[in-house]
Design a protein around this ligand. Structure first.
Ligand SMILES: [Mn+2]
Length: 272
C-alpha cells in the first residue's frame, strides 16, 4: 500500500469497543495510519467500560489506537470525542477539553459544501424504539439453525402431548421486529435532525453503516470496528462516503499484487 496518506476533510468513527476481544484494533490502527483529516470525530462507544467492568481485556494494539488518536490531536487534527452508552463515564466531562480533545454530548458539523449535520452517538433513541436489540445483530444467521431446532423441539412437544408450534415462525417474527428496530431507529434520529432544521445527522450505536435520505434528511451511520470495520469520511468537496476498511485494504492489496505480478502465466500465484 502507498505511504501517502489518504487526505480527508473529516472522519467519523464509533463503536470501537476497546477493552473487548471483539474490537478489531489492528484494522483500525491500519486505517488510522493511512488517513489524515482536519476533523476526527469519535462518535461514542470508543472504550467499552461495561465490558472492562466484567473482565479486563486490554492489549498493546488497544493502547496503540489511543496513542494514535492523541498523536493526531497533537499534530493539528481537531479531535472531538462524543461519549456513547458503553463509555458513559466520560459524560461527566462534557464541555471540557482533555488535552487537545474536545468532549461533547453532540455537535453540529458543517461540511465544505455548507450542509449542517447533527453528530451524536444515538443511544438516547433506544427509548423511542424499544425492542430486542440483539436480534438486529444475530439476524438471519439464526434462521438456518432454528429450522433444525424446530424439528427436535416439536418432537419433544409431541412426546409431551403438546401441539405443533413453529419456533422458526416465532423467531422470524422477532427478526422482522429487529429489522423494524433498525429502520425505526434511523427514522427517529432523522426526525430529530429535521426538527432542528438541519440537513442531516451522523451517528453510530447500532453497528450498521448506512448513508441514505430519510424524508429530506441525510442519515449517516459510521458503523463500527467490531464487525463491519467502517468509517464515514468527508472529501474536500464536502461529499460524504462510507469507507469499509477491510474491502479497501483488500482492493489495495489486489492492485499491488497486479503490479508486482511478473506475467499473466503466473495466475494464481500470490506474491508474498
Ligand atoms: Mn452504543
Amino acid at each position: 500500500m502507498s505511504d501517502t496518506p489518504l487526505r480527508f476533510r473529516s472522519i467519523w468513527i464509533s463503536d470501537i469497543h476497546l477493552g473487548t476481544a471483539g474490537c478489531q484494533a489492528g484494522y483500525l490502527l491500519d486505517f488510522l495510519k493511512h488517513v489524515e483529516a482536519d476533523h476526527l470525530y469519535l462518535v461514542g462507544d470508543i472504550i467499552d467500560g461495561w465490558a472492562l467492568k466484567r473482565s479486563w481485556f486490554w492489549n498493546q494494539s488497544h493502547n496503540d489506537v489511543i496513542q494514535k488518536v492523541l498523536r493526531k490531536a497533537r499534530k493539528g487534527t481537531q479531535v472531538t470525542y462524543i461519549p456513547g452508552n458503553h463509555d458513559e463515564g466520560a459524560r461527566q466531562f462534557l464541555g471540557l477539553m482533555f488535552g487537545d480533545i474536545r468532549i461533547a454530548d453532540e455537535v453540529i458539523h458543517t461540511t465544505a459544501d455548507g450542509r449542517r449535520f447533527l453528530v451524536l452517538h444515538g443511544d438516547k433513541f433506544d427509548g423511542v424504539v424499544q425492542c430486542a436489540r440483539w436480534l438486529a445483530i444475530v439476524g438471519d444467521r439464526l434462521y438456518g439453525i432454528t429450522l433444525r431446532l424446530n424439528h427436535w423441539f416439536n418432537r419433544a412437544r409431541a412426546r409431551l402431548g403438546l401441539g405443533y408450534w413453529s419456533l422458526s415462525q416465532y423467531l422470524k417474527h422477532k427478526v422482522k421486529t429487529a429489522v423494524n428496530f433498525v429502520s425505526d431507529f434511523e427514522e427517529a434520529v432523522a426526525a430529530e435532525a429535521r426538527e432542528r432544521g438541519l440537513d442531516g445527522v451522523i451517528c453510530g450505536h447500532i453497528h450498521k453503516a448506512e448513508m441514505r435520505e430519510i424524508g429530506g434528511i441525510v442519515y449517516c451511520n459510521d458503523g463500527d470496528w467490531v464487525e463491519s470495520l467502517t468509517a464515514l469520511v468527508e472529501l474536500a468537496s464536502g461529499e460524504l462516503k462510507i469507507v469499509t476498511w477491510q474491502k479497501y485494504y483488500a482492493e489495495q492489496a489486489a492492485q499491488i499484487a497486479e503490479l508486482v505480478s511478473p506475467s499473466p502465466d503466473l495466475h494464481g500465484v500470490t506474491p508474498a
